[in-house]
Design a protein around this ligand. Structure first.
Ligand code: NAD
Length: 521
């Protein structure tokens, strides 16, 4: 049976357990036998003739392959192809049900190919193979089915009118959607952008992260195999400044959906409005708190969950609960439990099935995270656990105590395995610390006191709040409960039916009629 894996704010917290499949040996041999094709997929075919970028593996620090670095010309070809597919109506003219059926077939193809896709994600960004298998076999197809099944459940409204007229709204696809994705959950992040856009009839140009184009390119091929017409989903590898910017700026793009850092989100918002005005969804960074009140469950019970929320995916998670706020009366006890629990992580080679904590996504990412830790130590923080690991791109789950609200380590998103610890004396102080961030993605509250939980739910300035649990606690509805990011975390909803709606434009229609009874009235 699979372990649950859930999404919140476009991010995912898979619970890693070791399943028979993951325990297979031989991942290293299969990795060596894997072939890569980094050419863009445009109009249903792989195209030649563009720049190149090296794809390095954090698993061994070596070169995996060279992918295309799509130039502005190549971006133009992809967008023009998608625009033509829109104009011809090859996808939008299908019934929602027919589109949904094709996307359901795509979900099955992801399942059929999940080992290969998981291996690609592990090799490109270093997540343990056990966790990548959960991402691809469970999470990505679940998301895919979620949007496919919703394709025929998006309706317009009928307004009241005089008896002779009919007034209603239609929800139409926006046209060409430019989807720009990050590297932390390569395939699920592609799916969460592409599927709702396709489900309601748009054509998509997907630009995966320059670190992880492999599984997104395969997604494009599987979509063709499932029956998505050529040109409807195009995948263009490349970097942000060349490929991403050219895509966000292209005048034939009707909407931009972006997941990534707040810094890049700002740039994209500006770029996207340069050649024309168009809607943008931004799912950006976070610095989410988890708040432990004096009456929270026993420390041995909450400690593994607190660490799980902070260190899932090596802490490379937008909704990582990276700030622990604990009531002063519970701090000593909880810290002791955390120190015991953090030793349980099996830090090591991600191709070893028993590894639960792999390398960070690359050397630059590793140096960035270690730079944050060094800066915190210089500012007076105390390292309770963690620090560098003597492996490629290795950083162990790190807990930093003696930090204060003004320190950079508490303010800035690390996007790595770093949990800071602060204590509070009162509910007001806890709320002040929790809301003292420019970000607003998510929060977790641990308390046995219902009124305290309710106060926190209402006053925390985040798109999502979990009380007394982790995202794994609510598998099904979690899909639609991610909420909308606040502050520097972005805006727009990527989950549930709201997500599909955001990829549509409302058209108001009035069928004005003549007298509806007899001419002499
Ligand atoms: P990033 O911002 O560096 O890159 C994300 C994507 O944007 C990549 O495809 C990149 O090539 C592209 N890009 C970068 N600059 C661009 C520009 N100027 N114009 C156009 N495209 C550009 O982010 P990353 O390092 O890939 O991912 C980590 C960040 O993503 C973290 O901040 C994390 O919190 C955030 N994230 C947010 C969510 C969410 O749903 N809120 C989910 C996952 C990751």
């Amino acid at each position: 049976m699979s372990s649950p894996a859930l999404m919140t704010e476009g991010c995912f917290l898979p619970m890693v357990n070791l399943e028979p499949e993951a325990m297979q040996t031989g991942w290293r041999g299969r990795a060596a036998a894997l072939s890569w094709d980094g050419r863009p997929l445009i109009g249903g075919t792989r195209r030649e003739g563009t720049g190149a970028m090296a794809i390095w593996s954090p698993v061994h620090g070596g070169l995996l392959y060279e992918a295309a670095l799509c130039s502005a010309d190549m971006v133009d070809q992809a967008v023009v192809d998608a625009h033509r597919a829109c104009e011809r109506g090859v996808w939008s003219d299908l019934s929602p049900r027919a589109r949904g059926m094709i996307l359901l077939r795509l979900a099955e193809l992801i399942v059929e190919n999940h080992e290969e896709l998981a291996l690609r994600d592990t090799l490109e960004m270093g997540k343990p193979i056990a966790s990548a298998l959960v991402d691809i076999r469970d999470l990505a197809p679940t998301l895919c089915r979620h949007y496919a099944e919703a394709a025929d459940k998006i309706y317009g409204d009928v307004a009241g009118s005089d008896a002779a007229s009919l007034a209603f709204s239609l929800r139409e696809p926006r046209g060409v959607v430019a989807a720009i994705a990050p590297w932390n959950y390569p395939l699920p992040n592609a799916v969460i952008k592409v599927m709702p856009a396709l489900a309601v009839g748009n054509c998509v140009v997907l630009k995966p992260s320059e670190l992880t184009p492999g599984s997104a390119l395969r997604l494009g091929e599987l979509a063709l195999e499932a029956g998505v017409p050529p040109g409807v989903l195009n995948v263009i590898p490349g970097d942000g400044v060349t490929t991403g910017a050219a895509l966000a700026r292209h005048p034939l793009v009707d909407m931009v959906t972006f997941t990534g850092s707040t810094q890049a989100g700002r740039a994209i918002m500006a770029t996207a409005s340069q050649s024309r005005i168009r809607p943008v969804i931004l799912e950006c960074g976070g610095k989410s708190p988890q708040i432990v009140f004096a009456d929270a469950p026993a420390s041995d019970l909450v400690a593994p969950r607190i660490l799980g929320e902070a260190f899932a995916n090596q802490g490379q998670l937008c909704v990582a609960r990276s700030r622990l706020l604990v009531h002063a009366s519970r701090k000593a006890d909880l810290m002791a439990a955390l120190e015991r629990e953090v030793r349980q992580y099996a830090v090591g080679d991600p191709l070893e099935p028993a590894t639960t904590f792999g390398p960070l996504a690359g050397q630059r990412q590793c140096e960035r995270v270690l730079g944050h830790i060094a800066g915190a130590l210089r500012d007076g923080a105390r390292m309770v656990a963690g620090g560098p690991v003597d492996r490629p791109c290795g950083v162990a789950p790190t807990i930093l105590d003696d930090v204060s609200q003004g320190m950079a380590i508490v303010r800035d998103e690390v996007f790595g395995p770093v949990l800071t610890v602060q204590s509070f004396e009162s509910t007001e102080e806890a709320i002040g610390l929790a809301n003292g961030s420019s970000y607003g993605l998510a929060a977790t509250v641990w308390t046995a006191h219902y009124p305290t939980a309710q106060t926190l739910v209402r006053r925390l300035k985040t798109g999502h709040v979990t009380v007394n649990g982790t995202v794994e606690s609510y598998e099904g509805p979690g899909m639609s409960l991610a909420g909308e990011p606040r502050g520097d975390s972005g805006f727009g909803s990527e989950t549930g039916l709201d997500s599909l709606r955001s990829y549509t434009a409302i058209k108001g229609v009035v069928l004005a009629g003549g007298p509806c009874r007899s001419a002499d009235r």
